[in-house]
Every structure is written in C-alpha cells, then in structure tokens.
Ligand binder design. Structure first.
Ligand code: NAD
Length: 419
C-alpha cells in the first residue's frame, strides 16, 4: 500500500484514470466537475481504551464519492498505511466499478489507520464500534453501505451492524454487507471477489484463445480475493506455480496444491514453509514466466522499477490499483492483456448488492442462484468492456472507465443539478 513518491499517490492515479477515460469520451467540462470528486468526506477521531488501560487515538475516514446511481457503497480497511488520499481513491474506483457491473450503487470507502495484526479482539471490537458511531450520520441501508476490505471481515461487519441497530432500536441488517450468514449475510459473499476474478479470467482466456486448463498462474496476496481465485483456477485445471503473502512466497513449477495451501494458511497464518514448494523472493513472483499473473494484495505493487520483469500474458487485477499508471502503460505497450480492477474484482460488490437486496426483501437465495447471477453479471460486464476496447481501440482499463463513467454521466445529466 505505497502511497507516495515514485510509486504514485493512489488518488492521483484515480484522477489520472478518470481524465484519460473522460478525454476519450469527449466528456464535457460541466459533467466532469459534477462526477469526478467525492461528494462527502468525513474524518473522525476514534479513541479506544486499549487492553493495558491507556487510551489510543486512531484516525478514521469515510468518503462518499458518489450517490448519483444509488446509495454509496464500499468497504472499510484497517491498515497502518491508510490515508485520506487512499480512501478517496478507493471510493472513486467504487463508483466506476458499481457502474461497470451496472448495479444501482454509487461509490464509498472507509478506513482506520491502525495495525490490526497487533490488536486484540477486544481492542478491534471497541475501535470498530466507536468508529461506527462516529460515521453513523453517513451510513444506512438507503444511504451508504459499508463492507469488508483489507483486514476487516464478517465479524467486523457484525459489530457495525449491531452498533448501528442498537442506536436505532431495531435490527437493520442492510446497513452493511459481508455479514455472517446468521445475521442476514449472503451465501457466496465470502468467495464472491475471487469467483468474479475467476469468471473474468475465463473470459480473457477465451478471448485470447488461451486454454485455461494447463495455464500457469502466479498469485500475489493469498487472502480472501487471491486464495479463492487460486482455488477456482486450480479446480479449472490451471497450474498455480507461485503464491505470496505478506510473510513470504512459495513456488512449485509443477503446480501447488491449493486446497492444502489454503488449509495451511488458515492454520498457521502464512504460506511460507508449505511442503512440496521452494521459497522464492516475493519480488521474483512478478517475474515468473507464467500465463496469468494475479496481483491480489495492495495498491501500486507493480511500478516502474519492477514492471519490466513481468512476463505474464494476462494480468488480472484482483487487488484495487495494483499497477501504477506508468507500469500500466509499459504492460500495454508489451501487449499484456490487463483485466482492470474495476471489472476484475467487481464480484465482491456484486454479491454485496445481492446481499442487500435479500436483506431488504427478507428473502434469501440459494448458493447456486448467487453463482449463476454473479457469472451473468461478470461476463456481461466483461463483454461490454471488451466491446469498447475493440471498437474504440483503447486499453481495457480505459474501456472499463469509459463504461462506468459513461453510466454515471448519463445518470447525472438526467437528474440535473439541485437546486
Ligand atoms: P485480505 O486481507 O484477505 O488479503 C490480503 C493478502 O495480501 C494477505 O494474504 C496478505 O498477507 C497479502 N499481502 C499484503 N501485503 C503483501 C505484499 N506486499 N506481498 C504479497 N502479499 C501481501 O484482503 P482481500 O480482501 O483479499 O483484499 C486484497 C485486495 O483485493 C485489496 O486490494 C482489496 O481492496 C481488493 N478487493 C477485495 C475485495 C473483497 O471482497 N475482499 C473486493 C474487491 C477488491
């Protein structure tokens, strides 16, 4: 999660992506002014009594980038390097992402600058509840609906749902998505992002006439998004030759046993030391000779200093913003097929939408129903983006941004300006 200097500021990247697409579309200045910037930004102080008795002050954020097409929607991140600019960037991407998959949400994001790996469950719960009460004026099932992101999970969502419901006096499950199933969560939500990544890779392979069976894959980041994508690719017959997490990287040119690696990661918390694998320097994962590279960790992990080493034919952006714009241009000039983040990882927010719909209806769908609907949404979005990519001769990223920005622009023009 590198925010500044040579590797770029994530919000600058988001604005640069917007401008490139808006220029291609010939979008007028007035519409740009109305949709480019966040609608609301809230910074909050989150005081928490730590287990040793002292009070620690955390900084938290909630940014609503857009509510043009529906309630603002986006995850909450707990990480030491969370900054306001990062949250603004992620909120901006959420707006275009929801529009790319054509779900009736705008974009938002939240975060707390903290180190959750060094906090107890009690500290995390108190921090989450205090943060929830601080952002309470902004959130709600018709207003702004948080979800998990890096180092937040269904338990975090349960605390938010409970805190919100207690202040209102009755249960309101639709205030967050990514909840535990017993609280109104959706089947299939936990694996939705990875599953969506998998569907877009299937589409890309079909487009490039690259058989998925036997294709070699490297996955950077083995959390929710990366591990599920790896598992589905493994089940489809692809060979996952390398996987990394924040502690290390493992490599096996004949393919790693992904279900066992997931099991080990769940037990030990890391991938390092996996049997039938050799260790690899994490930087070397990017340089592996493989068909598909899946960056599924954090922003700006592929930048000018390491992009020349990338040899994959497809880069599937499971993470948000893993390429700096400069690295993106290098990959494009090399003919690498990039599945941009706002398309590739949109499965998570799509099933979040399904969860919200189920909560609002108090009627829950079966897992296969969710998978079928998700596959339809992701493959339709892929085809829509590919069509623009081919017809307008622009990169897949610009094509995705054009699709998303175009839908938001159309909505804002029809709504008009208040008052
Ligand atoms: P997660 O916390 O479950 O996993 C993150 C993984 O990245 C962990 O395995 C961690 O060890 C690893 N990691 C961190 N730094 C690393 C590094 N420098 N090198 C290699 N690995 C590293 O998070 P997640 O939910 O899987 O999110 C990963 C990315 O996917 C983020 O960019 C997130 O915004 C994006 N994303 C997630 C979802 C979702 O529903 N989970 C949806 C859309 C986008």
């Amino acid at each position: 999660m590198l925010m500044t200097t040579s590797k770029g500021n994530a919000y600058d990247v988001a604005l640069e992506n917007f401008d490139s697409a808006a220029d291609q579309m010939g979008l007028d200045k007035d519409t740009r002014e109305m949709i480019k910037y966040p609608e609301r930004i809230l910074m909050v102080t989150v005081p928490v009594r730590m287990d040793d008795g002292h009070i620690h002050r955390f900084e938290g954020y909630r940014v609503q980038h857009s509510s043009v097409r529906g309630p603002a929607k986006g995850g909450i991140r707990y990480h030491p390097q969370v900054t306001l600019d990062e949250v603004k960037a992620l909120a901006t991407w959420m707006t275009w992402k929801c529009a790319v998959v054509n779900i009736p949400f705008g974009g938002a994001k939240g975060g707390i600058t903290c180190d959750p790996k060094h906090m107890s469950q009690g500290e995390l719960e108190r921090m989450t509840r205090r943060y929830t009460s601080a952002i309470l004026p902004l959130i709600g099932p018709e207003q702004d609906i948080p979800a998990p992101d890096v180092y937040t999970n269904p338990q975090t969502m349960a605390w938010i749902m409970d805190t919100y419901s207690m202040t209102k006096g009755y249960p309101i499950p639709g205030v967050v998505t990514g909840k535990p199933i017993c609280l109104g969560g959706s089947l299939g939500r936990n694996e939705a992002t990875g599953r969506g990544v998998f569907y877009t890779i299937e589409c890309a392979c079909e487009h490039l006439h690259l058989p998925l069976k036997g294709a070699t894959v490297a996955v950077q980041g083995f959390g929710n998004a990366g591990s599920i994508a790896a598992q589905l690719l493994h089940e489809a017959g692809a060979k996952i030759i390398a996987v990394s997490d924040s502690t290390g990287c493992v490599y096996n040119p004949n393919g790693l046993n992904i279900p066992e690696l997931i099991h080990m990661k769940a037990l030990c918390g890391h991938v390092e030391g996996f049997p039938e694998s050799e260790p690899l320097a994490p930087a070397d994962l990017l340089a592996l000779n493989c068909d598909i590279l899946v960056p599924a960790a954090l922003e700006n992990t592929i930048h000018t200093d390491n992009v020349s080493t990338v040899r994959a034919r497809i880069v599937a952006e499971a993470a948000n913003g893993p390429l700096t714009p400069a690295a993106d241009r290098v990959l494009e000039s090399k003919g690498v097929f990039v599945i941009p983040d706002i398309l590739c990882n949109a499965g998570g927010v799509t099933v979040s939408y399904f969860e919200w719909v189920q909560d609002e209806q108090h009627l829950f769908w079966e897992a296969q129903d969710i998978y079928n609907r998700l596959e339809r949404v992701m493959k339709t979005a892929f085809r829509d983006v590919l069509k623009i990519h081919i017809e307008r001769n622009v990169s897949m990223r610009i094509a995705a941004n054009m699709l998303g920005i175009g839908r938001v622009a159309e909505a804002v023009q029809i709504r008009g300006i208040y008052p």
